[in-house]
Write a protein that binds this ligand. Sequence first.
Ligand code: COA
Length: 260
Amino acid sequence: MADRNVVLIEKKGNIATIMVNRPDKLNALNAEVRVGVAMALEQLRQDDDVRVAIITGAGDKAFIAGADIAEFEGKSGVEGYHYIQTGDVYSAVERFPKPTIAMINGFCLGGGCEVALACDIRIASDKAKLGQPEINLGLIPGGGGTQRLPRLVGQGHAMRLIYTGDAIDAASAEKIGLVDEVVPQDELKGRVMELATKIAEKSPAALQATKESIRAAWQMPLDQGLRFEKAWFGLLFSTQDMHEGVSAFLEKRKPEFRGR
Ligand code: COA
């Protein structure tokens, strides 16, 4: 059983925030945190009131400064292999069926950057620093960095970041598409909540269809992806929300999506 204190959940209306809470270790991902985040995601998945999840780190210094390096010490090759196979929090974040926003409030390194990469949208404070420093430990990213980073920023930027291990500032990260928006540190929470609130007002089924379809573009050839998109498009006609959206437009009023 995970120590719940290392991962906090805060709910406000339809928005839930998962906060990694080890500020004294810059929110490094140890086994307890990985289990705690996975449990939090499962809880929020089952909670119909929750329409958007935000992931962030406690304190004003770090989002997540990486996997907990102390857990690497003394491990054999086989143990290292099992370590990275178990508790794949990165894929758990990616598979979460509702929209996710990484609220990057500081150091976002290694496994932290990989958690952010697995989120749908990344909003960073102007104080944030991002990178994949595993090379400095004689390692490579093991939480999807070699796969998701080049898909997001292109091979050259991904190679440079992973080869050098350099951390880049938020403005540079925005320039290469690693983050979607940069805001002053003291405005970060307000901006992320504003965005989350706007998304949470939409039809949950249409949000899920959007996520599944865009994620499919990473996995499928174009013609299969286009068919997948069309299947979701058709399926949404079976939701009350779609008919509410169409009626509201024709009646010139604001739609009220109930998640049915
Ligand atoms: N794993 C384990 N502990 C970590 C950690 C990590 N990834 N990142 C930070 N910490 C711990 C430090 O060991 C320190 O603990 P202590 O106070 O018990 O000594 C505490 O968090 C504060 O970090 P500190 O290094 O003192 O802060 P800083 O401001 O001087 O430096 C960083 C910040 C992020 C540059 C530095 O902590 C760092 O390089 N961390 C490792 C980043 C990394 O390589 N991540 C990828 C891992 S695969």
